[in-house]
Ligand binder design. Structure first.
Ligand code: FES
Length: 342
């Protein structure tokens, strides 16, 4: 039978379904509780039971000492409610609350979704999970000391594997390797999570998302997180690519549009090809937003893509269209690492 959980001090409330752990239910509903291994081994998810009873599940004795359990503590990655609960827990509200880690990882799956887009699924060692906020990125640490940055495309509640969207830029040090040599089971090293590109949950403003090419990756994570959290905020995604084949997950986004009445999807092609038979929007993606919104003063905008796109969007939206500067959030492919792939 489902049980209701109340978090203190925030007062947040969510429901845990039969057989679910407290942590899984919290993440599924969009509440960022702290965790590490999600396996009863590290103690990062420890919190206090203020009211109610749990089945503590299996865990390692050093992750939750007997005296801690006697004081009412439990590991939320293992514990399942037996009654409604009131819990005291530190919720993650910002990137600064998350520990940045360096971990080895393995290429679990490679899937080419477009001529120049490879979707990598990355697996962390057993007993390791990377806590992150939807929209953040990781750096691959290469043997020669270089770094390559990629946004995490899966939401935190679905973190068994990390999904990354790699765009091939011929001559690019890392992306050439991904497209020419990389194989499943290859081992890499990553650092993360990084960045401050994530949804500001305290706001109730409608959100406009703008993605250029593989800038879709973090926005995919943010939207899936937003859907899971049940936010009623209206959301629209403008995804700008050159031609139809570059909408490498367009079908997926179209299904979201059918499932979520408060979400709208507007693909924008800059160079549609004759065989695209495209009847939709064309031109630059930020100009499509400017054409649709005369007054942006009541919105939040989240943009990810090449620097030219992000700069043009910032200037166009915050000027005469009235978007407050601090309501424009962006992840631009600016550093040397990311620019290889932009
Ligand atoms: S997340 Fe490691 S013990 Fe719960």
């Amino acid at each position: 039978m489902p049980h209701q959980i109340t978090l203190e001090p925030s007062g947040h409330v969510f429901t845990v379904e039969d057989g679910e752990t407290i942590l899984n239910a919290a993440l599924r509903e969009g509440f960022a509780l702290p965790y590490g291994c999600r396996n009863g081994a590290c103690g990062s998810c420890k919190g206090k039971l203020l009211k109610g009873e749990v089945d503590y599940g299996h865990y390692q004795a050093n992750a939750l000492k007997d005296e801690e359990r006697a004081q009412g503590k439990a590991l939320f990655c293992r514990a399942k409610p037996m009654t409604d609960l009131v819990l005291e827990v530190r919720e993650i509200g910002a990137a600064k609350d998350i520990h940045i880690r360096t971990l080895p990882c393995r290429v679990q799956k490679m899937e080419r979704r477009a001529d120049d887009v490879m979707v990598l699924q990355i697996k962390l060692p057993a007993n390791e999970r990377l806590q992150f906020l939807a929209g953040q990125y990781i750096d691959f640490l290469l043997k020669d000391g270089r770094r390559r940055s990629y946004s995490i495309a899966n939401p935190p509640h679905d973190d068994g594997l990390l999904e990354l969207h790699i765009r091939h830029l011929p001559g690019g040090h890392f992306s050439d390797r991904v497209f020419a040599e990389m194989k499943e089971k290859d081992i890499l090293r990553l650092e993360g999570p990084l960045g401050s590109f994530f949804i500001r949950e305290e706001s109730d403003k409608p959100m406009i998302f703008i993605a250029g090419g593989t800038g879709f990756a973090p926005i995919k994570a943010m939207l899936l997180h937003a859907f899971a959290s049940g936010t009623p905020r209206p959301m629209v995604l403008y995804w700008g690519v050159r031609s139809r084949k570059d909408l490498y997950m367009g079908d997926l986004v179209a299904t979201w549009q059918q499932e979520h009445p408060h979400f709208n999807f507007i693909p924008v092609l800059s160079e549609p090809r004759p065989e695209d038979a495209w009847l939709g929007r064309t031109g630059y993606v930020h100009e499509a937003v400017l054409a649709d919104f005369k007054d942006l003063s009541g919105y939040q905008v989240y943009a990810c893509g090449a620097p030219a796109l992000v700069d043009a969007a910032r200037q166009g939206f915050t000027g005469s269209r009235g978007l407050p500067e601090d309501e424009f959030y962006a992840d631009s492919f600016v550093n040397a690492a990311a620019s290889e792939e932009a």
